[in-house]
Design a protein around this ligand. Structure first.
Ligand code: AMP
Ligand code: MG
Length: 404
């Protein structure tokens, strides 16, 4: 067993190495209904203008602005979807409804509230200006204009825009397909009663949520045993259908820790230890056919923190996203943060707003087994190694998970 021979890699070097070996996935054309949250692979360029025709913004009368103050004969009506067939000559007008086409000859619309109507004769107040109360063709979007840039994650407004511009499908990056497995003979499924020495598998549910949140399609492999051959078979079978393997547990140096040797036999292990707390045994490998594997540590907080630092950015890169990292904001520490002597530490904090600032309070014991340190945390504060630490009152940049 050579597990301890892996060099200890700096966190930033490890993160860069992971991204360097992470491929961007292919592109597929997907119906709008399935595009929510997907990442656009090509610039979306309008083939037509919006609106396509001069369209009334109000209910009223379409007329020539030069006819302001004169009695005008109402020739007919232009309703949404039912245009007026004729043209507006001097001395005439047409009733128009919101969304109706501005008839030929008219150059403005006067709101129904502002006219005087007697029988079929309408009079609009003077003076009037050409161009009022209707949307010109191309006022919203001009044909040929780039409306959504490649690399944008598609939300409600972007999908509405694509539909308005008559694109039934969009080119988007594939979602990463991920096989997810917990390992450990001590684990039982949630809902089962653990026997003496057993614990409930919680990592798979935490990681399932984290993977889905970042846009992955997850295939659960359940609980893998601490037995090399069975583990190998499970992984080899699953790898046929996925882009990424994520495991938890089995990466430290105990004799039952089988993930590193397994990944070594299947591909190349690039990272086997990181100067990170929690998450020192984090393991990363490349496998044949552009696939990658993450061996996350077993302790629940370690698995989620290493997911944050290494897996999440990689899965975002795979989907073509431009921004890979969480946003950061300055926060003022409300506690003395002690540093680890040799490892960069990601401490979990809760934030509150105080006098226009964000103030960070520790979530308590930062033990890597204590999920309560991460549940409800708003941010991660990075504490550089050394014996200094960061004292209360200092402002630091924190990785924001959620704002209070
Ligand atoms: P390992 O890295 O396999 O030695 O796991 C370290 C510790 O993490 C174990 O002793 C368990 O307490 C815990 N652990 C491992 N896997 C899981 C899991 N799937 N869910 C919850 N805790 C786990
Ligand atoms: Mg284990």
């Amino acid at each position: 067993m050579r597990a301890s021979a892996y060099p200890l890699v700096e966190v930033d070097d490890a993160a860069a190495l992971v991204l360097e070996h992470t491929p961007v996935l292919g592109v597929e054309r997907v119906a709008l209904a399935h595009c929510i949250g997907r990442v656009l692979a090509e610039d979306l360029v309008a083939r037509e203008s919006l609106p396509l025709f001069p369209s009334s913004a109000v209910d009223g009368y379409a007329l020539r602005s030069a006819d302001a103050g004169k009695p005008l004969r109402v020739l007919g009506e232009s309703a949404a979807g039912r245009p007026f067939a004729g043209a507006i000559e001097p001395g005439t007008a047409a009733r128009i409804l919101t969304g109706g086409v501005l008839p030929d000859g008219a150059d403005c619309v006067v709101m129904v509230e502002d006219v005087r109507l007697e029988g079929d004769v309408v009079t609009a107040p003077a003076p009037l200006h050409a161009g009022i109360n209707f949307h010109r063709p191309g006022a919203d979007v001009r044909a040929g204009e780039r409306v959504v840039a490649a690399g944008t994650q598609l939300g409600a407004a972007e999908l509405g825009l694509a539909a308005a511009l008559n694109f039934p499908r969009l080119p988007v990056y594939r979602r990463p397909r991920v096989a997810l497995m917990s390992t450990g003979d001590e684990l039982v499924e949630v809902g089962e009663k653990p026997g003496r020495g057993q614990i409930v598998d919680s990592n798979r549910w935490a990681l399932l949520a984290a993977l889905r949140e970042v846009g992955a399609e997850v295939r659960s492999l359940g609980i893998g045993p601490d037995e090399a051959e069975a583990l190998r078979k499970l992984v080899v079978d699953a790898l046929r259908e996925v882009d990424v393997l994520v495991t938890s547990g089995g990466v430290s140096v105990g004799t039952h820790d089988l993930i590193k040797p397994l990944l070594e036999s299947l591909g190349t292990v690039h990272i086997g230890r990181v100067k990170l707390k929690p998450g020192k045994p984090f393991t990363f490998a490349t496998l044949p056919n552009g696939r990658i594997a993450f061996g996350l540590p077993g302790f629940p907080v370690s698995s989620l923190v290493t997911f944050e630092v290494f897996v999440r950015p990689a899965l975002r890169k795979m989907q073509g996203l431009a921004g890979l990292q969480r946003p950061t904001l300055p926060v003022r520490l409300a506690y003395d943060a002690r540093a680890n002597a040799d490892r960069t530490e990601y401490q979990r904090v809760r934030l509150r707003r105080e006098g226009g600032e964000l103030v960070a309070e520790t979530t308590g014991s930062q033990s890597s087994s204590r999920l309560m340190s991460l549940a409800g945390a708003h941010a991660l504060v990075r504490i550089p190694p050394g014996d200094e630490g960061i004292s209360a009152g200092t402002v630091v940049e924190a990785l924001i998970l959620a704002l209070p």
